[in-house]
Every structure is written in C-alpha cells, then in structure tokens.
Design a protein around this ligand. Structure first.
Ligand SMILES: NC(=O)c1ccc[n+]([C@@H]2O[C@H](COP(=O)([O-])OP(=O)(O)OC[C@H]3O[C@@H](n4cnc5c(N)ncnc54)[C@H](O)[C@@H]3O)[C@@H](O)[C@H]2O)c1
Ligand SMILES: O=C(O)[C@H](O)[C@H](O)COP(=O)(O)O
Length: 385
C-alpha cells in the first residue's frame, strides 16, 4: 500500500511507516496527478480535495480508498465526492482545540498588557461553541471571566438556554472570539458572518479575534473600519485568500499570525494519531501506537513563581513560557516582507518552532504566589506548592 502524507504532518513515519510505503509532498503540491498510484492520503488544510480533483484522479485510475485530514476544519475537502467514489474519510475533531485556547488567552493577555486592562473586567462573546469555543468558555468561566456564547445550530439542537444571538454578543461584549467553521450552505452559513453591517456595529474599544476561518469575516470591511476610526482592535490568525493575504489588513491587525493558532506539537500529533487510528480501523488492523508513544517530554516541564505577581501577570508569564504569540506576529511580518506575502506566510507555517500546550507545564508556587494558584489552574495550568 502506498500512503501519501503532507510533509507538514509530524509523527508520520512512526504512524504510517509500518502500514505501507510512505511518500511525502508539500500540501500545496498534492493534486490529482499526485494521487495516480496512492491508496491512502493524509493531508492538512492547505490541500484542496474538491470534486474536480477527485473525479480526475479516479478517472485516471487512482486506487485511493482512504483520505484523512489531521485537522479540525474540513472545508478543504468534499466529503460527498469522497463518498461517491467509495473513499473512506476521517478528520481529527478537537485535536488542536487546547492549542487554540492557549492562543486566545495569550493574545488577550498581551492586549490587556498593552491597553492596560484586566481580563477579568471584560465580557467575552464566543461565536461557535464547539470543541474550541466550548473549551474557551469553560476555561474563561472558571477564571471568573463573564462569557456569552452564540451557536445557533447547537441552540436549535439542544434548546436556546445558554446561547445568545450574534447581535446580542455584538451589542454587549467587549471581546468577540470567532471559532466557527466555514459553512457556505444550509440554515446557518458562516461566510462573512461578520459582514460590513456587523463590523460597523462593533462598539469602540471592542476586540475582535478570529481563529476560525478567514472567510467568516469580511476582510475589506474590517480593513476599512481599522483604517478609518481605528477604534477597535483585531487579532487575526485566519484570513481570506491564504496564503496571499491582504498586507494592509495584516498591518492594521494588532496581532497578525499565519494560521497557527492550533500549531502546538501536542495538537498536531493528536491529529496525526486520530487519522492513524482511523486508517487502522478502515484496514481492520489494531492501532499499535499510542499518542504517548509520539509525544516527547516538554522542553520546559516546570517553572517557579514567587512573590509580587497579580493574576494576569502570573498567567501571562506561564503562557509565554510555553507559547508567546508575539513571536508569531513578528515572524509573519519579517518573513512576508522578506519573501513576499504568500511565500512568507507558508514559510512561517512550514518552519514552525516547537510549541507545547499550557497543560504540559507544572507551575511551582512559592509561599508569596499561592493566591494566584486557583486562577492559573482555572486557566489550564498544573500547579504544585
Ligand atoms: N486557527 C486555527 O489554527 C484553527 C485550529 C482549529 C480549528 N480552527 C477552525 O475553527 C473551527 C471550529 O473548531 P471546533 O473544533 O470548535 O469545531 P466544532 O465543529 O467542534 O465547533 C464548531 C461550532 O460552531 C458552530 N457553528 C456552526 N455554524 C455557526 C454559526 N453560523 N454561528 C455560530 N456558531 C456556528 C457549530 O454548531 C459548532 O458548535 C474549525 O472548523 C476550524 O475551521 C482553526
Ligand atoms: O482546522 C484546523 O485544525 C486548523 O485550522 C489547522 O491546524 C490548520 O493548519 P494546517 O492544516 O493548515 O496545517
């Protein structure tokens, strides 16, 4: 069996090597021609697997019978076309959700430091309360930060208690976090969910963070609002037309990163492992490798906090020990100026430095720092004293 795996999938040799002959290609180079003699395909979100690509590959005799994407989002794949060709499909729900929540917390605490506010004084609106949004809500609520959630599909399925409309979030929240998939059809489409009208309605001082999909926000309208009154703050990890994103919007965003919110090693390896387990199932084989066999020990397993830190400062230090979002902002700026936007954007992603999740860090609390313990635990850190 021949297995083609995106070059940016870590743990591929260990997982897929024992199952067949492994071939690696950069995700953007995987097209119909590359699938000619491939039995199983393992991708990430930059490989478009639409009906036309699949129809061409299958018409040319590809033996493809399994596709797995090591990602949460599946908008780059056409599941109906896969089903039509009898090809099994798996994705990796929730694999990097913790990493995205780390990204949101470290971004918000960076803004809090720059703009001189406390996280606990803000009301956060979460749009899309699935694996990412749900975890974000749980962590923020445990920290005592007031949260409102908007998720019409869930409200319809489970009842509306606990869910608000998007317009209520826009009217009443200081921070709006978008964690919606890109959905183009059906009752609750998300393409330009934040359109020009809603962007105009954001109150001065609002923080808009998008770590869902770039097409959920009208980028031109956001650019206009940021370039005009300049009275709101944007944190953007996802963009329309990646990797050739709008340089003006990049410059206007307070934090601009190249679609890496979920790029912890933990999250990527969880994604690889979920797809490996699915491929084993579809082959009727046992999944011999566990996730723990793939994850190396963290480079910074512990840190010590002593006296004189307020809660935000303490959490900022812990988060920045595992992950500092300012580094990703700087490298997008540097690499896109050096190589041009599209190549710079992709270079940052392809050569992403090692990043672990907050949960891999144990924070030792000295006598003078014990009172921040509950806040750190609520945010997702392990503590000991
Ligand atoms: N930036 C990154 O690196 C990164 C990482 C992981 C996921 N993502 C994106 O974030 C999205 C969400 O991830 P997840 O794991 O939470 O997915 P999920 O499927 O668990 O949750 C998505 C939630 O959005 C809700 N939703 C759908 N349409 C909506 C609408 N119109 N308004 C409000 N809510 C709506 C769904 O009901 C669901 O509860 C993914 O689809 C992916 O596109 C981005
Ligand atoms: O949907 C996801 O899981 C993320 O958007 C994913 O982590 C993005 O990274 P990529 O697949 O593009 O490497």
């Amino acid at each position: 069996m021949k297995i083609l795996v995106d070059a940016n999938v870590p743990g591929a040799e260990a997982c897929f090597g024992p199952l067949g002959e492994l071939v690696r290609l950069p995700g953007r180079e995987i097209d119909a021609a590359a699938l000619r003699d491939i039995d199983a395909l393992v991708i990430r979100s930059i490989t478009r697997l639409d009906a036309a690509t699949l129809d061409t590959a299958m018409a040319e005799g590809s033996p493809l019978r399994f596709v797995g994407t090591c990602t949460i989002g599946i908008d780059h794949v056409d599941p109906a076309a896969l089903a039509r060709h009898g090809i099994a499909f798996a994705s990796a729900p929730g694999c990097n959700a913790e990493a995205v929540v780390d990204y949101v917390l470290t971004s918000l605490l960076t803004l809090a430091e720059r703009q001189d506010w406390q996280l606990v004084s803000r009301r956060v609106g979460i749009v899309g309360a699935g694996n990412v949004g749900g975890r974000l809500r749980a962590r923020l609520s445990a920290m005592g930060v007031e949260c409102l959630a908007c998720d019409p599909p869930r409200a319809q399925a489970e009842g509306s208690a606990g869910y608000e409309s998007l317009d209520t979030l826009i009217e009443t929240c200081d921070i709006l976090c978008l964690h919606t998939p890109l959905v183009k059809k059906g009752a609750y489409p998300t393409h330009h969910l934040l359109d020009a009208r809603r962007i105009a309605e954001l109150a001065p001082g609002t923080v808009l963070l998008n770590a869902g999909r770039g097409d959920c926000v009208d980028g031109a309208a956001l650019r206009q609002r940021l370039a005009g009154p300049g009275d709101i703050t944007a944190v953007l990890d996802v963009w329309e037309r990646e990797p050739a994103i709008d340089p003006a919007l990049r410059d206007l965003a307070e934090i601009a990163t190249p679609h890496i919110a979920g790029y912890s090693l933990d999250g990527k390896l969880r994604g690889t492992h979920q797809v490996y387990a699915a491929l084993c199932r579809s082959l009727g084989l046992p999944a011999r490798l566990g996730l723990d066999d793939l994850l190396p020990p963290p480079p910074v397993p512990r840190m010590v906090l002593e006296n004189g830190l307020d809660p935000d400062e303490a959490l900022r230090l812990c988060l920045r020990t595992v992950y500092d979002v300012r580094r990703d902002h700087d490298s997008l700026l540097r690499e896109s100026r050096r190589l041009g936007m599209a190549q710079g954007f992709d270079t940052c992603r392809a050569h992403y430095p090692l990043r672990r999740e907050l949960s891999t860090l144990t924070v030792e609390l000295g006598a003078g720092a014990r009172e921040v313990g509950p806040w750190l635990q609520a945010a997702g850190a392990r503590t000991s004293s």
